[in-house]
Write a protein that binds this ligand. Structure first.
Ligand SMILES: *[C@@H]1O[C@H](CO)[C@@H](O)[C@H](O)[C@H]1NC(C)=O
Ligand SMILES: *[C@@H]1O[C@H](CO)[C@@H](O)[C@H](O)[C@H]1NC(C)=O
Ligand SMILES: *[C@@H]1O[C@H](CO)[C@@H](O)[C@H](O)[C@H]1NC(C)=O
Ligand SMILES: *[C@@H]1O[C@H](CO)[C@@H](O)[C@H](O)[C@H]1NC(C)=O
Ligand SMILES: *[C@@H]1O[C@H](CO)[C@@H](O)[C@H](O)[C@H]1NC(C)=O
Ligand SMILES: *[C@@H]1O[C@H](CO)[C@@H](O)[C@H](O)[C@H]1NC(C)=O
Ligand SMILES: *[C@@H]1O[C@H](CO)[C@@H](O)[C@H](O)[C@H]1NC(C)=O
Length: 765
């Protein structure tokens, strides 16, 4: 192995002399451009023109591969086929395909527990949860006793405890139905469950008795056999049972927009009482908040494109339900952003807003019934109520979610320095009571509450090294107690064997950038060990510490490997301030930050130059392509831009055009064009700079970032480097869309095998 490397280094130096490329990068031993020349791709004389401030006028840029934007053109089809066979001829040299595939499959092999809820107030307390088993694509819901759960806890939930209650696979004849929400009635005898058919925008609520399981069936009518006759169609989210468990409030699409209505069990749906007439704008959806004492109903409407909302409340006692009731308006005009509703306590509605609070705060509003007016159309109401701060804005820490629990408290989730930190606050005083699970370095993905008054609830996490980790949270006299219910582990691994260290790099402008390094505690690592460096850095998102089968299988399979999550500016790691610091005209800061992290890893002797794999998806794919070019030559042994925007000047008007422009800049504005041109991946390729080994991964049906991004970028890179010393390749996932819709296990395994084989052939095992 050593001899080979030495040999190839000499060869590379020789090659440098001949072609006069001023770089000292080792020749890749598996790669041989002579044996596998790049496919020829014609160049046409198309151009694009943009106004530049620097040039004081328009600049015209060549766009020689514009023809690749036509997916149905036979020339494009041939280009893609040729690239695929080039990639396969390289990947074929990977000697560990079988082991890699097995390790990726193993990483998909776990019980995905969810929805875990403890109904402590029931006459006979019980647990309710769901599980999707390995190789299953549909959930099964279970009901278990506390004793059964405790036994399961001692074996880390190797088998789902309790009795099967409801199987999604029995809810439709074509196995295309899934349950997206469930609501247990307050007397614990009934459950409402919302079923959505794959790909549909709306679903239906069905109701069944909790003592009427559906675990086998002769027929598969919608909603399954043995349910009650009540069906509410055209629904999208909310349902709230009334205190007597004989009726519920719900939201629904109608011909003229969304409505709020009331259904009495056992009565025909067409007799349901509409209490809120359609919002005039069909883009606005109604949502509900209902006080646990059954007195108040708050309805608020928000567009699905932003969080600007209107909100109204009604007192349910002393009024007959109809579309002509007394209401008060809380926010009558759409001038306030309302995020998660927190709950209703002492006649106050608590909600999260960003009004004068860049990182959001919890406010409350006294529901003043003296202002109530009888109306048939809520938009006739004009008064606005005053909000009072309860939990004020905390700079550089974004309030992600707040939710009422134990009657007068709230779970509040912040993002602090790249990680989620959970607190309990007193809702009446706004005082912080306690931090929960302060040492947890993972990403919470859900919390499950039975009711706002419950003393027990659960928190579900995913982490780099465990797909599911669930804690029970218990409010006691002396404060919160937490108990681990399960941390699902992948065969051959133990989540406790991994350390997650938080570190900081200093970016070009002196800013400290957080990152996390995950490594096996007992496996020796040294500077020859490799590191997978992942980042995103856009839209204020947090992209840290989550579970991904592809990442974990790679981390698990080799000695000394490390996985790094980068907290780049542009993301939300340090509040909305951090987002703004890396968006639009500040976009270059995102790239500086990643360069700094890569250099920090090398400086700390955690990894050698050339042993880092730089990877990111979507906006992170763009980032990785830019950083591959901007970091000192030789920093990266591999670069994997995934579903990446690589030709920004051409595709900024794509499917999410306006959002992109806000995030990355508008090339129609001269100053912004100049900044974009300085980083736009395809326009910064150069014949004088050999790109690192590059594998572009994309999805054939991606309409968010169209495949032509990768085609054009690759064609240009290959044209610039006809004798490339490194592989410059692409891999296409078929029948796949942008990230989340690239969902089947088979597609993911194939993608992972290509990525990890590429790494074996570039960075090494
Ligand atoms: C300059 O570029 C813009 C944007 O592409 C275009 O609309 C405009 O027509 C161009 N102007 C000239 C004089 O070419
Ligand atoms: C794409 O190519 C096909 C086949 O050559 C052609 O029929 C079609 O007009 C082209 N589409 C565009 C938008 O140029
Ligand atoms: C499955 O069947 C339902 C009717 O039971 C139908 O509405 C739906 O379109 C089908 N879905 C798929 C993905 O075939
Ligand atoms: C929808 O609005 C139209 C026009 O205002 C009206 O004629 C129709 O009855 C409404 N439909 C419903 C279901 O309210
Ligand atoms: C309610 O009032 C608004 C504004 O006056 C109007 O646009 C809308 O059509 C009304 N809705 C109904 C259901 O009457
Ligand atoms: C809201 O506060 C403003 C200023 O403090 C005050 O003028 C106004 O009367 C208050 N409105 C209500 C409805 O309490
Ligand atoms: C360094 O670690 C690699 C595995 O990451 C191992 O193969 C190699 O033997 C180690 N080298 C030394 C000098 O310990």
């Amino acid at each position: 192995m050593h001899t080979l490397l030495l040999h190839s280094t000499i060869f590379a130096l020789f090659a440098i002399f001949i072609v006069n490329i001023g770089l000292a990068v080792g020749q890749n031993s598996a790669w041989n451009i002579k044996q596998n020349p790049f496919p020829k791709a014609k160049r046409i004389s198309a151009t694009v023109s943009f106004p530049s401030a620097k040039a004081k006028g328009n600049v015209t840029l060549a766009d020689p591969y514009q023809w690749l934007q036509n997916d149905t053109d036979p020339a494009t089809i041939k280009f893609v086929a040729d690239q695929k066979s080039l990639t396969e001829s390289f990947i074929k040299k990977c000697t560990s395909v079988k082991q890699i595939e097995q390790s990726v499959r193993d990483a998909f092999n776990y019980n995905d527990y969810s929805d875990m809820t403890f109904f402590e107030d029931a006459k006979v307390p019980f647990w309710f949860y769901s599980v999707t088993g390995p190789n299953e694509d549909r959930k099964t819901y279970y009901i278990a006793t506390p004793a059964e759960m405790e036994v399961a806890r001692k074996t880390n939930f190797a088998k789902p405890p309790g009795k099967k209650f409801l199987m999604e696979s029995l809810l439709s004849s074509n196995n295309s139905a899934s349950i997206v929400y469930t609501m247990v009635s307050l007397d614990h005898t009934l459950i409402a469950y919302m079923v959505v058919d794959d790909g549909a925008d709306t679903g239906s609520w069905y109701v069944r008795r909790l003592d009427s399981p559906l675990v086998q069936a002769k027929t598969r009518p919608p909603g399954g056999e043995g349910r009650l006759p009540d069906v509410i169609p055209y629904v999208y989210q909310d349902l709230r049972w009334t205190l007597d468990s004989k009726a519920f409030f719900y939201t629904q699409y109608s011909d003229n927009g969304t409505i709020v209505a009331y259904h009495q069990l056992g009565t025909p749906v067409d007799k349901d009482i509409t209490i809120v007439n359609p919002d005039p704008d069909p883009a606005n959806l109604w949502y509900l908040d209902y006080s646990f004492d059954g007195k108040w109903l708050v309805v608020f409407s928000a567009a699905n494109t932003d969080s600007k909302a209107t909100a109204y409340a009604t007192l349910l006692t002393g009024q007959k339900l109809s579309d002509k009731m007394k209401w008060i308006s809380i926010v009558p005009t759409r001038d306030l952003s309302l995020f998660s509703p927190v709950g209703i306590l002492d006649g106050n509605w608590y909600v999260v807003t960003d009004e004068n609070a860049i990182d959001r705060k919890v406010v409350k509003v006294k529901l003043d019934w003296t202002k109530a007016k009888e109306v048939t159309n809520l938009s006739q109401l004009k008064g606005r109520l005053n909000f009072t701060d309860v939990i004020p804005n905390r700079p550089f820490r974004q309030l992600n979610l707040a939710r009422q629990t134990d009657t007068n408290k709230a779970l509040v989730v912040y993002v602090e320095n790249g990680k989620y930190v959970l607190y309990i606050f007193d809702l009446r005083t706004g005082k912080q009571l306690q931090k929960i699970l302060p040492d947890e370095k993972s990403s919470p993905h859900a919390a499950f509450f039975a009711t706002p008054t419950n003393k027990y609830w659960t928190l579900a996490y995913r982490s780099t090294v465990s797909p599911v980790k669930i804690f029970q949270v218990h409010h006691t006299e002396t404060g919160i107690q937490t108990k681990l219910l399960t941390a699902q582990a992948i065969k051959g691994s133990n989540p406790d064997d991994y350390d997650t260290e938080q570190m900081e790099a200093i970016s070009k402008d002196g800013t400290k950038v957080p990152y996390f390094l995950v490594r096996h505690r007992n496996r020796p690592s040294n500077t020859s060990s490799s590191i997978w460096l992942h980042g995103y850095g856009a839209y204020g998102d947090i992209d840290n510490l989550f579970w991904d089968e592809r990442y974990f299988s790679w981390l698990q399979a080799g000695t000394g490997r490390g996985f790094v999550w980068a907290g780049l500016r542009g993301g939300g790691d340090k509040g909305e301030e951090w987002h703004i610091a890396g968006k639009n005209r500040n976009k270059p800061k995102t790239f500086d930050d990643m360069v700094a992290i890569a250099q920090d890893l090398i400086k700390r002797k955690l990894v050698n130059k050339g042993q880092i794999n730089l990877e990111g998806n979507s906006a992170g794919g763009l980032m990785s392509a830019v950083v591959a070019r901007q970091a000192p030559v030789g920093t990266f042994g591999a670069v994997m831009p995934d579903v990446a925007l690589l030709d920004y000047l051409f595709f900024y008007t794509g499917a999410i055009g306006p959002a992109n422009v806000n995030e990355f800049g508008d090339p129609a504005i001269p100053v912004e064009f100049d900044i974009i041109e300085s980083w736009d991946p395809i326009r910064n390729l150069s014949p004088n700079i050999q790109p690192p080994p590059t594998l572009l991964t994309l999805a054939d049906s991606d309409d968010r970032v169209v495949p032509a991004n990768a085609y054009k970028y690759l064609a240009q890179a290959q044209h610039d480097h006809p004798n490339s010393r490194n592989p410059l390749l692409m891999y296409v996932s078929t029948s796949s869309g942008h990230i989340s819709s690239r969902a089947t296990t088979t597609t993911m395994v194939s993608l992972a095998v290509h990525q990890q084989c590429f790494l074996e052939l570039t960075i090494g095992k």
